[in-house]
Design a protein around this ligand. Structure first.
Ligand SMILES: Cc1cc2nc3c(=O)[nH]c(=O)nc-3n(C[C@H](O)[C@H](O)[C@H](O)COP(=O)(O)OP(=O)(O)OC[C@H]3O[C@@H](n4cnc5c(N)ncnc54)[C@H](O)[C@@H]3O)c2cc1C
Length: 803
């Protein structure tokens, strides 16, 4: 065995092999994949092999789509059959809200490039004459997907990787990984040790153990999942066309044709056990091609429903039951990207739909490893989207929930109830007693809206029963004053003689020169793409307070620590500081009586920060808001947040102060035309494309991503961000909708919302730079003209913030 490689991949399932193939394709061939058994002998070999194009997350759909375009070509590329069945798929809907979701996803499809059509019961029966369509309103028909033989596809990719020069070593277990002083890794195996620059954890159900060797959290839980195959059916013999794969929320599962037999798989809603639970939730190292005993009773209630839909299956006996292990993560998306805290250790695991995702994850992770970033937005798979709160209990509870609800329709507003209250501020119960409805962000509970009369949100794509409630919260901020607990921001103290140089080299905007200055700035990749958005306040010559979005706490920490020298100290003070936003025309009137500080424009200008005392509580007060009104962010010691809130509420009472939540923030920032990190600002985009040149200061000298951004600026952009409105109806833009010019798809919406103060339904979208007029957005299947605006529809001159 060779003693050194550029990359070692641990694990030879669909995920590891998918990566190996694409690294080789990118030109990295000094790559060794090590598998303890045979390729596919973990979860891959026993999978049912379905590869749906239809998935609710826009970026995941790009990953799936890529796999579905590679698998049919694998035989031609590698010479080995991949066992692709391009039979298409149909997901069934029995409610109007599910149909809305289909229409929403069909917006993605146009954009991503797969065919999807919302079809009625008659067409469904044409495609599957054996299906009873009683109660079915529609189907989401995707004609370019199907299923693949997992072992054949995996082996074909392995052959392709070998043909390009990559190495696969089978029957060799990795037993340890050590970080060496020079930053390389030593991978300890049964057949000797191998040092390498990069390690990839593609260990499937063993991934938690593999990550654990180098102290990397890998939040996965191994579950059991079953499908059964019937005896052959006479009805299927001699059929010209294979049935599409059916996905049916009422049966919590899928059913399809398997050669001449039927195949039914169920995600039962209760009682699913952690695989190997009796052995601590992890497989033994000796496990290979392992299956568990079939347990039909566990899936019986849903199986019965599937048989009612496909009565011909009921007449056939069961030939075999496959009960195998499947890893799940807390949010159901795989872990694909850099591990937190360790350079060049990558995760490529945690996929519960790994056959559909293997090639796509491999493709985009290979881009990330080789080029430093990739062409699609990877935030929903980045392993650093979870923090240390995602411990074993959290992961188990959330993963169970994810498994049980695999077939639930992910309507906007849906909250996962399992494993909540992980990161709360001292205000949690106070706000809850006032009606706060929380959403979860990076483990934090963040108020989403306030239910003042006990009503519960009706979920859906259209305006529902809390539309007016959010309108009232927005009105309070626009007309009076609102208060919100936004403690979830990631917060860092960056101090020391080298602090200024560190931040200057990492970010694209000028740093504030004087103490008290605040600047919004972005962290770019070497390719100039946006990897972070920070608000930096200079507290003193050598003291900076850096704020980043809640979901980027680990990412920002990695960015800071990796670039920092010995003359900089970085403290993560996220949990030490709570933060209240106080915003609205009356904000100054509310706060002034509570402080000795001069809050007038002369004493406290817009876009500046001061360390002051409010109601006896020491705060870092920043005169910035994301809602476009006079206001302050008040960062206070977490333990004093309750006292600060109560004092401000009391002072605000005569001014009509009201609590507001994240729904209102979205509506308000859309009116103000503020871009959102993760939506408009992503790793696919440069500052020039995002229209953020005012935050870009090439004249300040060299910084990360500057050269690449300059190249884009000179060469011209491939896409540009636009802001505008569509006719206001009962539904707004959610992100993912296609932008059309005639019959051509020319862009995609990134986010949107209804502006309650302006009565406008607003949107951001990336479009072809020369597509300037005649633009329409496909909203739930209907075209709506997109009118572009050059300036925010609310207070374009920032007069209200400067008031
Ligand atoms: C019944 C069932 C049906 C399914 N149906 C589908 C489906 O229709 N569509 C779909 O997309 N997905 C399906 N899945 C899920 C799919 O099987 C998994 O998502 C996928 O196989 C995961 O691939 P992987 O490469 O991450 O893991 P694995 O295939 O488990 O590969 C990991 C490999 O790493 C090796 N390994 C681990 N540790 C070490 C070590 N220390 N040294 C060396 N080697 C090591 C293991 O031996 C293993 O081969 C199904 C799962 C089940 C249980």
């Amino acid at each position: 065995m060779q003693s050194h490689a550029k990359v070692v991949i641990v694990g030879g399932g669909m995920m590891g092999v998918g990566l190996l193939y694409h690294l080789a394709e990118e030109g990295w061939t000094d790559v060794v994949l090590i598998e303890k058994g045979e390729l596919t002998s973990g979860s891959t070999w026993h999978a049912a092999g379905q590869c749906p194009s239809f998935i609710g997350n826009y970026n995941m759909a790009k990953i799936h789509h890529y796999s579905n375009t590679l698998y049919p070509r694998l035989e031609e590329i590698t010479g080995l059959p991949a066992g692709w069945h391009g039979c298409g798929g149909i997901r069934l809907a029995t409610t109007q809200k599910e149909v809305d979701w289909f229409r929403h996803v069909s917006g993605f499809s146009a954009n991503i490039g797969f065919h999807m059509e919302v079809i009625g019961p008659e067409r469904i029966r044409e495609l599957n004459p054996w299906l009873k369509t009683d109660g079915i309103l529609a189907g989401a028909y995707t004609s370019m997907d199907g299923h693949v033989d997992p072992s054949s596809a995996c082996n074909a990719m392995a052959a392709g990787a070998r043909q390009m020069g990559a190495t696969i070593i089978r029957r060799n277990r990795v037993s340890d990984i050590k970080l060496l002083p020079n930053g390389e890794f030593e991978v300890v195996t049964e057949r000797g040790n191998i040092t390498c620059e990069h390690v990839v954890n593609a260990g499937g159900c063993y991934a938690r153990e593999v990550g654990g060797w180098v102290g990397v959290d890998t939040p996965i839980t191994n579950m059991e999942h079953q499908f059964l195959v019937t005896e052959p059916l006479e009805e299927f013999k001699g059929q010209e066309r294979e049935l599409p794969v059916m996905r049916d929320p009422a049966t919590a599962g899928y059913y399809r044709q398997e050669q001449n037999a039927g195949l039914v798989g169920i995600y039962e809603h209760y009682g699913s056990r952690e695989a190997w639970a009796s052995r601590g939730g992890s497989p033994e190292w000796s496990a290979e091609n392992e299956l568990f005993e079939g347990d039909i009773d566990r899936i019986a209630p849903w199986l019965e429903k599937a048989l009612e839909r496909m009565p011909i299956f009921a007449n056939a006996g069961i030939k075999r039951v496959i009960n195998g292990a499947i890893p799940h993560t807390p949010d159901g998306n795989p872990l694909v990207g850099p591990a937190h805290g360790l350079r060049n250790f990558w995760q490529c695991c945690g996929s519960s739909i790994g056959i559909a995702q293997g090639a796509g994850c491999g493709k985009f992770l290979a881009q990330w490893m080789v080029h430093g970033d990739c062409e699609i937005n990877m935030h929903s798979v980045d392993p650093r989207r979870f923090g240390s709160y995602a411990d074993a209990d959290y992961t188990r509870a959330k993963s169970f929930d994810d498994y049980h609800n695999m077939f639930e329709t992910p309507l906007p507003g849906r909250e996962i109830k399992a494993a909540r209250r992980n990161r709360v501020t001292p205000l949690f119960d106070t706000l809850k007693s006032k009606g706060a409805v929380y959403t979860e962000v990076f483990g934090w509970e963040r108020p989403k809206w306030f239910s003042l009369d006990g009503r519960k949100e009706e979920l859906g794509y259209r305006h529902g029963n809390i539309f007016d409630v959010v309108a009232a919260e927005c009105r309070a901020v626009r007309e009076r004053v609102g208060i919100m607990d936004l403690s979830s921001f990631a917060k860092f103290d960056v101090t020391g003689a080298g602090a200024e140089a560190l931040l200057d080299g990492l970010t694209a905007n000028k740093l504030p020169k004087k103490a008290g200055g605040i600047n919004l700035t972005h962290v770019l990749s070497e390719n100039g793409r946006i990897e972070g958005e920070w608000t930096i306040t200079r507290l003193a010559d050598d003291r900076f307070y850096v704020l980043s979005g809640a979901g980027t706490e680990r990412i920002a920490l990695d960015q800071l620590r990796r670039a920092a020298g010995a003359d900089v100290s970085i403290s993560n003070v996220t949990d030490e500081y709570g933060m209240l936003v106080v915003a609205g025309p009356k904000a100054r009137d509310v706060l002034a009586p509570l402080t000795d500080a001069d809050l007038t424009n002369a004493g406290f200008r817009w876009l500046s920060g001061q360390e002051i005392t409010i109601a006896g509580v020491p705060v870092r007060a920043l005169r910035v808001t994301y809602v476009g009104e006079l206001g302050w962010e008040l960062h206070a010691p977490m333990a004093r947040l309750g006292a600060l809130y109560e004092a401000i509420r009391a002072a605000g009472e005569p001014h009509g102060i009201a609590d507001f939540g994240a729904y209102a923030v979205n509506a308000l920032r859309m009116e103000k035309g503020y871009r959102g990190f993760g939506a408009e600002l992503t790793n696919e985009i440069t500052l020039i494309e995002a229209g953020c040149e005012r935050f870009y200061a090439p004249e300040k000298g060299d910084f990360q991503g500057r050269n690449a951004t300059e190249t884009v600026r000179k060469a011209g952009i491939g896409t540009r961000l636009v802001y505008g409105e569509v006719a206001a109806t009962d539904c707004d833009i959610h992100g993912g909708e296609a932008v059309m010019q005639g019959d051509k798809v020319v862009g995609v919406c990134t986010s949107g919302g209804y502006g309650h103060a302006t009565g406008k339904s607003l949107a951001f979208a990336y479009v072809d730079p020369d597509a300037t007029d005649g633009l329409e957005v496909l909203v739930l299947g209907e075209r709506r003209a997109l009118t572009l605006h050059d300036a925010p529809v609310w207070d374009a001159a920032n007069e209200r913030q400067k008031a």
